[in-house]
Design a protein around this ligand. Sequence first.
Ligand code: HEM
Length: 451
Amino acid sequence: MSASRRLPRNEDRQLDPRLPGHQRASPFVGDAIAGDTIAAMSANLLEDPDYDLFCQQKLRDLYPFFARLREQDPVHWCAPLNMWLVTRYDDVFEGLRDTTRLSASREAMYTDPLRPENRPRARPVIEHLNRWLLNVDPPRHTRLRKLVNLAFTPRFVQRLAPRIEQMVHELLDATCRHERCDFIETFCLPLPARVICTMLGIPPEREEQYRRCVEGMLPFSSAGGPGLNDTIDQARACLEELIDFFDRLIAERRQAPHDDLISAMAAAEEDGDLLTRDELFAMCVFLFLAGHETTMGLLASGTLALLENPTQFAMLKANLDEMLETAVEEFVRYESSVTRGARCALVDFNLRGKQIRKGQTLTHLIGAANRDPSQFPDPDRLDITRHPNKHLSFGQGIHFCIGAPLARMEAHIAFRAIATRLPNLQLATDQVTYKPAMGIRSLEALPVRVS
Ligand code: HEM
């Protein structure tokens, strides 16, 4: 079941405070609020019909709900999801950076919601997820990140630019052959997949298998709460197929290196230290998941934002060189495709008067922080000239997105091409639907009229 959202034109939404998505600056931001007031507000939240929908990952428009959370109970214990929800910019910023009180390990987040009879079946999947760079703490994280950085260099990313440019134009050529199409299918979905496969060095005839299996892990890796129980079998089957897939490919690349990331990561060495087979395998799986759905989300939601805000689209078309960079940063802020940074408490501590217990999960809601009026004036407005724009969409601290330069470069090339080659692009729906996964915000489809 997906979450769909009817589309009032965004520019109308800003004018009419009764429409969903409109938000007034909170009278509570930064104010001290008495304890009994907080309790009353928290009770209000529980009665909020959006609350259940959010927990079931079916909430259409996240932002009015996020605003209520941020104002009424910024560090909120969410019993159905068994986790704290943290929503204010400052708290999310600090939480993502904190490696003293918080761990990036998701062991508890994945294990706790599982019914006891399901735990042994899920074990191999959780062991694999525990090796993903994002889920590892220092000192292991420091070592892994150093080795991956040796391969995933700015020069390596820059060298991909001409190939990305070519892919963008090929996909737009195909898009332009339709009068109407689903822009996700023709452009936003295939582009990042091709880029990552090319970058890693997945042979073209094996791309489809790789993509299918990695995506099959997503319902488990990005779900939360009791829904995890229903996703184990699929994740296990995909994991087993992937192990087989990469055992062969990594062996081939070790024997005969190519100019690709798998070969570079296999060769990356610091003081005699190399990535192990399991670490390299985990990296190959995680890079696709980390970079595909996220970049697809950015391309799709950025396009949607432009189509919902025709004045901003016109401004971008007329001032492409001057505004492209700030426009892309604004797309990244406005609809953050990674919605949360999850951490586990290593110790008991107090956060805004709430007692956090060791072992509990804190979910830092990046999308809520990115719309915090204390940091972003008029946060629900798309403003392609916004500056400064210190969004948290690529994270903060030691886990800051390693793929951010690639995602930005891809988005710059893509939106330049969209603005010049598809100047008359229009939405062909009044309702968009988001996939239900909790950790990633990505549209199911984006029906457009091309000419
Ligand atoms: C619009 C696109 C993208 C967004 C919004 C995004 C967002 C993020 C965020 C928020 C984090 C940190 C999460 C946390 O601290 O819990 C992260 C980490 C990461 N991202 Fe991205 N990402 C994007 C694209 C990519 C791409 C293209 C790649 C690689 C191909 C990539 C690879 C990674 C990796 C490996 C990490 C883990 C880094 C670490 O733990 O040290 N991402 N990303």
